[in-house]
Design a protein around this ligand. Structure first.
Ligand SMILES: O=C(O)/C=C/C(=O)CC(=O)CC(=O)O
Ligand SMILES: [Ca+2]
Ligand SMILES: [Mg+2]
Length: 413
């Protein structure tokens, strides 16, 4: 129990403790931990407590802390729990708590490499049907490896950043020539982002079993997607400008430690069984080393919840994605970020993109204000929210990831 006066079901209670980067008026961005509706100024509290390593938290990104690796993350969490539960610490800690209402949140991580996977069987099947109606929906490799592409780390932005409608080339199958202009099929993708820490040596893969050493935490991620640009440009090398204009992430990085009670077994991977380097091992909690996560999303479009994608339905696990990403010997660096891919469950109201919800623009989605939508219009706001079960009946909040669409700035080629 924390000495703070918090309801037991507060989504940012003592079992959560996510990290972010915040500033207050006139101060520089630095690392904070959220507890309830307060932010603990970590460097200030740690310096006062005489911790030598407090300076890693005085920085404008989590990267220096991510670089320290798992042992440092574990001892920091133990120290935090002690600070916030032992009444004897209250007088020392309380001056370093800032009301959430007084802070500006910043991008929590200086994103090193950014990769986006495609780990939902339901999403991959739906998009396959829509983009490649004359082929099998899942490509032959899909159940053998977690498919991904390298994205653009420099355009990952923090929740609340406006999204300027991208312009580019597109050509519908019915048109004979490509044309240029603002995207008319602007979409979202509700995803989970994994924040990676520690480092590895070039040439040495990170195994499924070792993935916990590197998986620091998660953020909500919206992979904004211009479907008209994407459909024309993606053959044969994959997504490029249709997805590289902006990717939003939530400001609070919820640690994998806080998500231990949310671990669930993966959907059955027997037909086919993955190659040994992707296979997980059994663990006492039943979830295995290649575990899934029981996180439930809400996709809110201008105030209407249009979908509730369940992360537990994802086929490939974060451990498998990390193992695959490094099996060729590619390194991991502190601040690497990889997206799970769009989360879509089996039901229609569990789809994580508007492409799927409107079935390629053919079935408009009704909003509570009486309007209808297929793709995003200027001024539209999308909010992703999610929660997970925590230990002892608590709730782990992942917060919000929001963005509003602004008009295109480029009209002509
Ligand atoms: O199937 C395709 O051609 C493309 C699918 C996607 O939009 C790629 C993507 O971002 C992966 C994902 O979010 O699951
Ligand atoms: Ca995506
Ligand atoms: Mg993107």
């Amino acid at each position: 129990m924390t000495w703070l006066d918090l309801p037991a079901d507060h989504p940012f209670g003592i079992t959560n403790l996510p990290y972010g980067v915040f500033s207050t008026a006139g101060s520089s961005p630095r690392v904070g931990v959220r507890i309830g509706d307060l932010v603990l100024d970590l460097a200030a509290a740690a310096e006062q407590a005489g911790m030598e390593s407090y300076a890693v938290w005085a920085q404008g990104s989590l990267n220096p802390f991510l670089a320290l690796g798992r042992p440092a993350w574990t001892s920091a969490r133990e120290w935090l729990v002690e600070q916030l539960t032992n009444p004897a610490q209250r007088d020392a800690v309380e001056p370093h708590l800032v009301p959430l209402a007084d802070v500006t949140m910043h991008l929590p991580v200086e994103v090193a490499d950014y990769v986006d996977f495609y780990a939902s069987e339901h999403h991959a099947t739906n998009v396959g049907r829509l983009f490649r109606p004359d082929s099998e929906p899942l490509t032959p490799n899909w159940k053998h490896l977690p498919i991904g592409y390298h994205g653009r780390s420099g355009t990952v932005v923090v929740s609340g950043t406006d999204i300027v409608r991208p312009s580019g080339q597109r050509k519908a199958p019915t048109e004979s020539e490509p044309s240029f202009g603002p995207s008319v099929r602007l979409d979202i993708e509700a995803e989970l982002g994994f924040v990676v820490g520690g480092s590895s040596e070039l040439g040495s893969p990170v195994s499924v079993a070792d993935s916990d050493e590197h998986l620091f935490g998660v953020v909500l991620l919206n992979d904004w997607s211009a479907r008209d640009l994407q459909a024309w440009e993606y053959v044969p090398l994959g997504p490029f400008l249709g997805k590289s204009f902006a990717t939003s992430i939530s400001p609070w990085v919820v640690t994998t430690d806080a998500l231990r009670a949310a671990r669930v077994p993966l959907p059955w991977q027997t037909d086919p069984a993955p190659l040994p380097y992707l296979a997980g091992e059994a663990t006492d909690d039943g979830a295995g080393t290649a575990y899934g996560l029981d996180i439930t999303y809400e996709v809110d479009w201008n105030g209407t919840v249009v979908s509730r994608p369940p992360y537990a339905s994802m086929y490939w696990s974060p451990a498998q994605m990390l193992a695959h990403m490094t099996v060729n010997g590619a390194t991991v660096r502190p601040g690497d970020l990889f997206g799970s891919g769009t989360i879509s469950g089996p039901e229609k109201d569990q789809r994580g993109s508007f492409l799927e919800l409107s079935w390629g623009g053919k079935e408009p989605v009704a909003l509570d204000d009486g309007s209808e939508r297929t793709f995003l219009e200027d001024g539209d706001t999308v909010v992703l929210r999610a929660t997970a079960p925590g230990p002892d009946g608590t709730v782990i909040g992942l917060g919000e990831c929001t963005g509003t669409i602004r008009p295109a700035r480029t009209q002509t080629p």
